[in-house]
Write a protein that binds this ligand. Structure first.
Ligand code: ZN
Ligand code: ZN
Length: 364
C-alpha cells in the first residue's frame, strides 16, 4: 500500500510502498477513507518531539473495516469506524479511575518479538501513535477503533478522530462550561474551533475567539463565536481580551501550546474562572503564572484527548453532526491527495490551514 513515510534526516514525508502485516487476533484492518493533518504530526516533522524512524505519521482517520482478528467480537467487515490514539486496557488504575484516555498499558502494541504491523523491505516501520493514518490501510488494535453510524460521511468523521474530540471534550468534560457562562478560546485551529463549537453547544452566552489570522476568525464566527479578537502583539493579550468581554470571563481555553497564550488564559479570567490548557507544549516548556490570581478561586488545568473514553464520546459527536449541532464541513480548508501531504503541512506551518483532509482513492 502507499503511505507517507517520515525518514531519518528529513523534515518532509516521502510517498512509498509499505507492507501491512497479517491481522493479529485482537486487530482490525481498515481501508482508510480520510485522514486529517493534525498539529501533532507537524510537531514531529519539525523535530519538536522525537520518534523512531522510519515512521508512518498521521493519527486522525476514518474508514471501513476490511478484516478482523480471530478474537475480535465488537467489529465486522463493512463497519464504518473512526480510529483513536487513546487506546485503553480497561483494567489499569487509570482506566478504572475514569481516565482511560491516559492509559499507559502497552496492550495495544505488538510484542517486540512478533512481526511488525508495518514494514518496508523487511525493515520495521514505526507505527505513529498506534495508528499511522497517512496510509491506504490501517492495521490497529481493536481498542483503537470505534464503530459509528453509517449515515455519517466518513471524510468528516476523520476530524472527530483527534481535533474535534480534543476540543469538544475539553469544554464538556474538563472546563464543564455551564449555560450562560462566558468563554474565551485562544487559537482557532482545528482544536480551538472545536472548543468554540463545544462552548456554543454547552450554551455559553459569550464566546470570544482569539487568533492572529482574520480568515480563521471569520470561521470562528460561523461556528459560534460571538466576538473575535486579532490581538495587537505589542499590547498585553489578557488586557485586550478583558476590554472586549462584556463582564468577567468564566473560562479560557488555550489551544495554541505557547507560553504567552497560556499565561493570558489565566490572566484574563474573572474571579472563580478556569483556564484549560489544551495546546501541546514540549516537555520542559514553562509559562509564568501570577500566584496572586489563584487566590480568587481561579484554576489552571490541562485536558488531554478531551478527557473521555473515545468509544463513548465519538458516537455522541457523530450524533451532534447528524442533528446539525456540530459543524464539520466549515472546518475543512482543503481536501488533498496523499501525494500532496507536504503542501498541506506547509500551509499549516504558515498558520493558514484549518483542517486539511487527505482523501484516499476509493478504488483501493
Ligand atoms: Zn492530533
Ligand atoms: Zn488502562
Amino acid at each position: 500500500m502507499k503511505a507517507a513515510v517520515f525518514e531519518e534526516g528529513r523534515s518532509d514525508l516521502v510517498i512509498q510502498d509499505v507492507e501491512v502485516g497479517a491481522v493479529g487476533p485482537n486487530e482490525v484492518l481498515i481501508r482508510t477513507v480520510a485522514a486529517g493533518l493534525c498539529h501533532s504530526d507537524l510537531n514531529h516533522l519539525n523535530g519538536v518531539f522525537d520518534i523512531p524512524r522510519p515512521s508512518v505519521l498521521g493519527h486522525e482517520s476514518a474508514g471501513v473495516v476490511l478484516e478482523v482478528g480471530s478474537e475480535v467480537v465488537d467489529f465486522e467487515p463493512g463497519d464504518h469506524v473512526i480510529t483513536c490514539l487513546a487506546t485503553f486496557c480497561g483494567h489499569c488504575e487509570r482506566c478504572l479511575a475514569g481516565r482511560s484516555y491516559l492509559c499507559e498499558s502497552p496492550m495495544s502494541l505488538r510484542d517486540p518479538s512478533d512481526a511488525p504491523r508495518l514494514s518496508r523491505d523487511g525493515q520495521e516501520m514505526h507505527q505513529f501513535l498506534n495508528v499511522s493514518s497517512f496510509a491506504e490501510m490501517l492495521l490497529v488494535h481493536e481498542r483503537a477503533v470505534v464503530r459509528i453510524d453509517k449515515r455519517m460521511p466518513l471524510d468528516l468523521a476523520a476530524l472527530i478522530g483527534c481535533g474535534v474530540t480534543t476540543g469538544l471534550g475539553a469544554v464538556f468534560n474538563k472546563a464543564k462550561v455551564q449555560p450562560g457562562q462566558s468563554v474565551v478560546v485562544l487559537g482557532c485551529g482545528g482544536i480551538g474551533l472545536s472548543a468554540i463549537q463545544g462552548a456554543r453547544i454547552a450554551g455559553a452566552s459569550e464566546i470570544i475567539a482569539v487568533d492572529l489570522n482574520a480568515d480563521k476568525l471569520g470561521v470562528a464566527k460561523t461556528l459560534g463565536a460571538t466576538a473575535t479578537l486579532a490581538p495587537d502583539p505589542d499590547r498585553d493579550l489578557a488586557e485586550q481580551i478583558k476590554e472586549l468581554a462584556k463582564g468577567e470571563i468564566d473560562h479560557a481555553l488555550e489551544a495554541v501550546g505557547v507560553a504567552s497564550t497560556a499565561t493570558a488564559a489565566l490572566e484574563c479570567l474573572g474571579v472563580g474562572g478556569v483556564a484549560t490548557i489544551i495546546g501541546l507544549m514540549p516537555a520542559g516548556r514553562t509559562f509564568p503564572v501570577q500566584g496572586r490570581l489563584l487566590l480568587d478561586d481561579r484554576r489552571i488545568q490541562g485536558a488531554y484527548m478531551g478527557a473521555q473514553n473515545f468509544r463513548l464520546a465519538m458516537p455522541r459527536y457523530v450524533e451532534m453532526y447528524l442533528d446539525g449541532r456540530l459543524l464539520l464541513e466549515e472546518m475543512v480548508s482543503s481536501r488533498i491527495e496523499l501525494e500532496d501531504v507536504n503542501i498541506g503541512f506547509d500551509s499549516m506551518r504558515k498558520g493558514e490551514a484549518l483542517r486539511d483532509l487527505i482523501i484516499f482513492d476509493q478504488q483501493n
